[in-house]
Ligand binder design. Structure first.
Ligand code: 13P
Length: 290
């Protein structure tokens, strides 16, 4: 069923777990993630990122995502991940997205606040949830895509969200989720991460009821994920580990095949691997111990 992000967050706050936020730029991911949400009884936001426009345009992706969400037994929000442009997020509203990330973290604080505030004033009367970002999410995804350039990972503290800025941001924008930077990285880590859980706790105490988000979930040790949830993180973006999981299995199937390999069978194999990986992480996000 299609559920608002705001309703999901209320339940996650009450029961101290995190909502998974997973990109679904094709039907294999979409079906596997929704099946995993149903079987674990966990809410999920299924995402279309603006950077995925070259993979599948939002006009094609979102109607399909809405259809699957409405027919599902699980609580699903159809979400825009990292919307950078105002035109793009307005298009997402017209297409029926139920929650939207307006990422203005590349701008100075004043402009980030004023842009997000302007969007919240449009989105909230329509019941649409808004996520914003403050601080920066470094990338470790070798890519030519704008916004995904590989970052300098030598000192992650330079990207951290500043608590006093977060307090002001939440107070002034009234966004629903504030994604903060405290040691995670988009893509896989260069070395074992060491998340700053004290920073999450500190910002959570200043967030004025706004839920905190974490991006770059892939590769984060499960105990650190659960500590972050307990400290205040209530929405976690998790993608690379899911999206890269099928490749080794498919490579083995192809290498061992005696005859030409049927793509539909590979797709089904990929779906099973993605389903299992998603179930695993949704159980971690329940935050009921490992
Ligand atoms: P990972 O791919 O590192 O899990 O991060 C996903 C993400 O944050 C998408 O916005």
């Amino acid at each position: 069923m299609l559920v608002s992000l705001q309703d999901m967050l209320q339940d996650a706050q009450k029961n101290n777990y995190a909502i998974a936020s997973i990109n679904t730029p094709n039907q294999i991911l979409l079906r596997a993630v929704i099946a995993a949400a149903e079987d674990t009884n966990m809410p999920v936001t299924i995402n279309h990122a603006q950077t995925e426009e070259s993979v599948v345009p939002i006009e094609i992706a979102v109607p399909l995502m809405l259809d699957y969400a409405k027919k599902s037994k699980a609580a699903i929000s159809v979400h825009v991940d990292h919307g950078f442009d105002f035109d793009h997020i307005m298009k997402a509203i017209r297409l029926g997205c139920t929650s939207i990330m307006y990422d203005c973290s590349r701008f100075p604080l004043e402009k980030n606040i004023s842009e997000v505030k302007k969007f919240v004033e449009i989105a909230h009367p329509l019941g649409i949830g808004v996520e914003a970002e403050l601080g920066a999410m470094p990338n470790n995804m070798p890519s030519e895509v704008h916004g995904q350039e590989t970052s300098d990972l030598s000192d992650l503290t330079v990207y951290y969200t500043k608590p006093e800025e977060a307090e002001r941001f939440c107070e002034e924008t009234k966004c629903d989720v504030l994604t903060i930077s405290f040691g995670t990285v988009h893509g896989m880590y260069a070395s074992e991460p060491n998340l700053n859980i004290d920073l999450v706790r500190e910002i959570n105490a200043l967030a004025n009821g706004v839920s905190l988000g974490m991006h770059g979930g892939s590769g984060t040790p499960f105990d650190q994920i659960q500590s972050a949830i307990t400290a205040g993180i209530k929405k976690i973006n998790y993608f690379t580990a899911i999206d890269t999981a099928p490749a080794p299995y498919l490579a083995k199937t192809i290498a061992e095949a005696k005859n030409p390999v049927n793509f539909s069978l590979l797709a089904n194999q990929a779906m099973e691997v993605i389903y299992n990986k998603t179930v695993e992480i949704l159980n971690v996000f329940k935050n009921t111990g490992l």
